[in-house]
Design a protein around this ligand. Structure first.
Ligand SMILES: [Zn+2]
Length: 420
């Protein structure tokens, strides 16, 4: 009741940041995704946004609000290492670029508020947004969330995507000019890459994102190394969009922290990633998403081929033992599905590739936190971590699709969604 009153006041006065209050959660089944284990009947105490105690015999502080999740399965908040919340592909047959030409940065930021809330309500409490945010719409959204003006996941943002000339557009007429600069920075030498990274960091980027292979030319190993050094010097990770081939060799050998997509990676390349500790953020699209809104016989055949290739690559990565962080890359709109529904569609792909439920949960929490460099703060339910946790009526270690039924969400110690 007290919280409802505070929430009502917040509506009048404007949203408040995480409230200074103590919440004690009775967790019937507490999952530790780092170990794949379950502890029964635990008490979790969250104070001023952070977890202060966890255990079976922890006493409930006087005056604490008690949340009863004794019949639920509780685990750390879910993470997605490859989102685009300020980007939705315009339904229909409009080209990818239509989005830059028709939508302002302000519109994109508001779109991000909406999509971020859909994801947060479904249990995704942290996301790494890897570009396509017009003029830093994601950074502004992150600031609004941090200020407590709107609810949303904890966000790490990439700013503009850095790539060799042309962004992610192909074959545009010369007279139109470099319109992609609304979303991308052209950088064609190591020095230009360094400058682009400085620009992104200046405007608020938390992670550096390159897209290397959108044309027949791509970054050399030395250029990737320059990007990795520059990012690492500034305490940021380097994420690189690449599918495979020589471009992927350069990305792995040059020291990127993660390969994004990597649909065409060979077993030898996956072995090299394992050796170098490179993460795979596989963005393992289901075939139905690839087929999209207006499938023709040709696109359906292409979707089937790529869908099968993605499952095969995920199977190989899992067998080789590459570090994997969950990343969705969902940007299309399918009728009747929310952005969160579409993210959870990837679970079936991970299952089809033979990844165990315990490893899927680890990829969505522990591993993401490691790649995002936030393991000390998020990704586990232990003393000192932020109060980011979710609960659901079924056991996701037994049935991974239970994640679709998340009915309790806490972020930074604030209850976002309560069990009804
Ligand atoms: Zn992407």
């Amino acid at each position: 009741m007290y919280r409802n009153l505070v929430l009502a006041m917040a509506l009048v006065w404007g949203a408040l940041p995480a409230m200074a209050q103590t919440i004690a959660i009775r967790a019937g089944n507490l999952i530790d995704p780092a170990k794949g284990t379950v502890s029964k009947d635990q008490i979790i105490v969250v104070k001023d946004g952070k977890i202060t105690a966890v255990g079976p015999g922890v006493s409930i502080p006087k005056g604490a609000e008690v949340v009863d999740l004794s019949k639920e399965w509780v685990m750390p908040g879910l993470m997605d290492a490859h989102t685009h919340v300020t980007f939705q592909e315009i339904p229909g047959k409009a080209p990818f670029e239509a989005m830059y030409l028709k939508q302002s940065t302000a519109y994109r930021a508001l779109e991000g508020v909406h999509i971020g809330q859909v994801l947060l309500n479904a249990g995704i409490t942290t996301m790494r947004d890897v570009g396509n945010e017009a003029d830093y719409a994601c950074v502004e959204l992150r600031k609004a969330i941090q200020a407590g003006w709107v609810d949303g996941p904890t966000m790490l943002c990439a700013g503009k995507i850095i790539g060799p000339f042309g962004g992610q557009s192909k074959g545009m007429p010369q007279e139109i000019g470099p319109f992609w600069l609304h979303e991308y920075i052209d950088a064609d030498t190591a020095d230009e890459i360094r400058k682009a990274i400085h620009q992104n960091i200046y405007y608020g980027a938390d992670v550096i994102k390159l897209a290397t292979d959108n044309s027949d030319y791509f970054y050399t190993e030395e250029e990737i190394r320059a990007a990795a050094d520059e990012a690492h010097n500034a305490g940021r990770a380097l994420a690189v969009h690449v599918y495979g081939g020589k471009a992927a060799d350069n990305v792995i050998r040059g020291g990127a922290d993660s390969v994004e997509h990597g649909f065409a990676l060979t077993v030898d390349q996956l072995k090299l990633m394992k050796e170098k500790g490179t993460y795979l953020v596989g963005t393992d699209f289901p075939e139905a998403h690839l087929a999209g809104l207006n499938p023709s016989n040709e696109t359906l055949a292409d979707a089937k081929k790529l869908g099968d290739q993605i499952i095969e690559r995920l199977k190989n990565a899992n067998n080789v033992g590459v570090k994997m962080a969950f990343g969705s890359d969902t940007v299309t709109v399918l009728p009747g599905k929310t952005r969160a529904d579409m993210v959870f569609d990837y679970l079936a792909i991970w299952k089809a590739a033979g990844v165990s439920n315990a490893d899927i949960l680890k990829a969505m929490t522990t591993n993401c936190a490691d790649l995002l460099r936030i393991s000390k703060e998020r990704g586990a339910i232990t003393e000192g971590q932020y109060g980011d946790l979710v609960a659901m009526p079924g056991n996701p270690l037994q049935e991974i699709e239970s994640l679709r039924k998340v009915n309790f969400v806490m972020k930074d110690g604030k209850v976002i969604r309560e069990v009804k």
